[in-house]
Write a protein that binds this ligand. Sequence first.
Ligand SMILES: [Ca+2]
Ligand SMILES: [Ca+2]
Ligand SMILES: [Ca+2]
Length: 405
Amino acid sequence: MRASRWSLLALLACVTTAVVAPQVGSPAEAAGSFTEAAGSSTAAAAPITVSAAIGAQNGSSATVRGYVVGQPTATTTVVRSNYPSDYALALADSAAETNHTRMVYVQITTSFRAAYGLKTNPSLLGAQLDVTGSLSAYFSHAGLTSTTAFARVGTPPTTTTTPPTTTPPTTTAPPTSTDDYYRAAIGKTGPQLKTALNQIIRVGDKLNYDQVWTALKATDQDPANPNNVILLYSGRSQSKSTNGGGANDWNREHVWAKSHGDFGTATGPGTDLHHLRPEDVSVNSNRGNKDFDTGGSPAAEAPGNLTDSDSWEPRDAVKGDVARMILYMDVRYEGGDGYVDLDVNDSVNNGTAPYHGKLSTLLRWHAQDPPDAFERRRNQVIYDSYQHNRNPFIDHPEWVASIWG
Ligand SMILES: [Ca+2]
Ligand SMILES: [Ca+2]
Ligand SMILES: [Ca+2]
């Protein structure tokens, strides 16, 4: 009896919404009601639980229903006050949930931050939401990314939850490749390709230097031990918690030496995760600001690496990684956005000029050591969870020859 009464109420609510919708006149509201109609005419978009979302991290699109239980700030940390930003929230099946393994971390895309970010809307804690997005990792944790719709459960979507200017979802399938991301570059070659890639990858979020510590623990996690990171040159697996300044701690290596262009550690090239890697403090210091080239004698504590007075040769397993990081920096930083234009050249001893070498060696290394699973995962984590931009030469190794061939 109770069930049928609820059904009747639900039906009545639908009818009421349907009746009200035609009365609203603004284009935004009309678009909202169109979206509703489109949604109901396709396959049923019934919300799934948070538990189901955690069990289906396969990149598919879904609407997840859950209670706001805080803001994730790291893989295992969810804060419930003093929210640092409007960029993320955590949902759970219970409003009282405190165990992060029973939460899904939701990326709040730009247009929803003002209405659903916890820094601006701390009273959302405990509210029940329906959020639509892609079931994929966020902060290296079960996640819902690239979100396209947010709604408070029980609130008619046409009145308060339709974002003002976002386009209604036109496709239901999530992108299965990076083709959408690179759409404006695909088909171009040479300088036109470089320009198109710059315009794509310069868009994103930036970290401060302190946030880089947390990010590197996710991007460079040892696949065989989630408590550790892998050090770039040393190849050593070392506890995430041993970051610091001691000789055998790890710190933040700028693969594009930060003195080349003198950008330091201010937000920008100095904090760009695409070229920052964990490295042993003394090894980092030994590499210093040398350009990359072959030759020299074995570097202390970094088996397989060679160094002489003017160059550093990384171990074979990361030669291509180093090359692609340097090439990314050239394309990402082209001036005109407040940061120095960085350029790769065919020299060593570049000193504080905004150049890095040695191009001919880096091109060989790129061919010799193609992208592997570790490097691709790292690129994806940076895209999903931190900067929301990509290194094109990991996704499209053939573009290196098109630009520098
Ligand atoms: Ca050391
Ligand atoms: Ca490699
Ligand atoms: Ca450049």
